[in-house]
Design a protein around this ligand. Structure first.
Ligand code: ZN
Ligand code: ZN
Length: 108
């Protein structure tokens, strides 16, 4: 019985570490459940950056899409990148247009 418990623990640990590295938690739960030594391999695996731009949540350390304004894991608001508007000179969130003067932030 205790043996099953240890395997289960390895699976949960694998799922947690995989989640932190932006990998599939379910997949690694099963992998570590049936083959716990994979846990060591997972620890040395580099952070996976899934397609598109990503950023790391400063609160929980998980990798989220750069487009997201709030972390989907800990639901804290993520700091928005700021840009200086070339038209009015004020610092505004890095969007397509300036929230102050409504002109485009990037010249095409
Ligand atoms: Zn977070
Ligand atoms: Zn402006």
């Amino acid at each position: 019985m205790s043996r099953v418990f240890i395997f289960l623990l390895a699976g949960i640990a694998g799922a947690v570490i995989a989640g932190r590295k932006g990998r599939s938690g379910v997949l690694w739960f099963l992998l570590c459940l049936f083959f716990p030594p994979l846990l060591v391999f997972l620890l040395f695996l580099p952070m996976k950056l899934s397609g598109g731009r990503t950023k790391q949540c400063p609160y929980c350390g998980k990798v989220v899409s750069a487009k997201e304004t709030a972390c989907r894991y800990c639901s804290k608001e993520l700091p928005i990148e700021m840009a200086q508007c070339p038209s009015c000179g004020s610092f505004v969130p890095d969007k397509d247009y300036c929230v102050q003067c409504h002109r485009e932030l990037r010249q095409k």
